[in-house]
Design a protein around this ligand. Structure first.
Ligand code: ATP
Ligand code: FE
Length: 339
């Protein structure tokens, strides 16, 4: 089964070609236009998708060695995400499906982040059901009980900011480029994680998250110290990043431990853009020895947005003959629990 997959939910235009559960090509065009604004500008994002989508798909097809006439289905992200961005991928997928007379397959982006674990790759082991997945991305932070390919239960989620957002906002305050997550990760590697301490928030439901307080306390902490020493951030950026990253990882690991305790599940996965973070990847690896968990860490290129993860979901839906019709609409909001 050859599936062409398209991802356009935010600011990356991506196309992938999968043969069954193997990725033959996965092309991602990052949109540089947003960097100078310090965040994603929706109008610019959809315009850039329109410019990128044809060359990105052509490149993916060329690299895969699969001819258009040999495709069996078109998978695309139907939501959640920025509506204008989603519409570009949705309309393109619909016309391609009509033109090539092959099935159209709408994919939930949050399910795709999780199901990226099922891409066939020697470097990646596949989790058995049920497993716990901590999805940490730019817009979401959730702990899921994954009972089947399309059977997700949200055990807890953020009541305010997402983890990725917290990394990006802290980075912005520090004057780092957008998106700041990878920069904090890099600086943190050279810093002392115990130098500064930041508060760990409490939430009513023990499996929910709250990050807005942490963001505010970082802001006040930096403002106060900058007032006393104008070069405070510059002189201490490694330690600030290491301390902040450690705080975030401690919060995430505490929640995961609790989720494992209440469910009795010891197969633990992470997914989403922030699962690229080297600190969280290491913490999860350590938990194998320390807690006896079996952990699942996605291959680096399947952490942040990519079409390969859309393609693997497309493949599973193809096997179920679970196709979409031409009336399908892109949805800005869509729960991981709903298909
Ligand atoms: P969603 O999937 O919730 O709709 P999104 O698609 O915008 O959001 P992703 O592409 O999954 O998000 O992840 C992007 C986020 O991951 C950004 O906030 C980015 O800073 C963060 N990120 C990427 N790499 C790292 C890293 N090494 N350390 C920390 N954060 C990172
Ligand atoms: Fe995403």
């Amino acid at each position: 089964i050859n599936i062409l997959a398209i991802e356009s939910s935010c600011d990356d235009t991506s196309a992938a070609v999968l043969q069954n559960d193997r990725v033959l090509a996965n092309v991602i065009a990052n949109q540089k236009v947003h960097a100078e604004y310090g965040g994603v500008v929706p109008e610019l994002a959809s315009r850039a998708h329109q410019q990128n989508i044809v060359p990105v798909i052509e490149t993916a097809l060329k690299r895969s060695g699969i001819d258009k006439s040999n495709l069996d289905g078109i998978a695309f992200t139907k939501g959640p995400g920025l509506l204008g961005s989603l519409l570009v991928g949705t309309s393109f997928a619909k016309s391609l499906s009509l033109g090539l007379k092959i099935p159209l397959i709408g994919v939930n982006h949050m399910q795709a982040h999780v199901l990226a674990h099922f891409i066939d790759d020697e470097e990646q082991k596949k989790p058995p059901f049920p497993f716990i997945c901590l999805t940490i991305s730019g817009g979401h932070t959730q702990i899921l009980n994954v009972k089947g390919h399309f059977d997700f239960e949200i055990l807890g989620e953020t009541i305010d900011d997402a983890v990725g957002e917290t990394f990006d906002k802290a980075a912005k305050i520090m004057g780092l480029p957008y998106p700041g997550g990878p920069f904090i990760d890099k600086l943190a590697a050279a810093g002392n994680p115990d130098r500064f301490s930041f508060p760990q928030p409490k939430t009513q439901n023990e499996l929910d998250f709250s990050f807005s307080g942490l963001k505010t306390s970082v802001l006040y902490f930096l403002q106060k110290n900058q007032k006393e020493n104008q070069n405070f951030i510059e002189e201490n950026k490694e330690d600030i990043c290491a301390s902040l990253q450690k705080t975030i990882i401690d919060i995430l690991m505490a929640k995961l431990k609790h989720a494992s305790k209440v469910t009795g599940i010891e197969h633990i996965a992470i997914a989403g853009g922030v699962s690229a973070n080297s600190g969280i990847r290491q913490a999860l690896k350590n938990a194998e020895k320390d807690l006896g968990w079996t952990t699942y860490i996605p291959k680096f290129e399947y952490t942040t947005d990519n079409a390969a993860m859309i393609g693997i979901v497309g493949y599973f839906k193809y096997l179920d003959q679970n196709f979409s019709d031409q009336k399908i609409k892109a949805k800005a909001r869509l729960s991981v629990e709903k298909e």
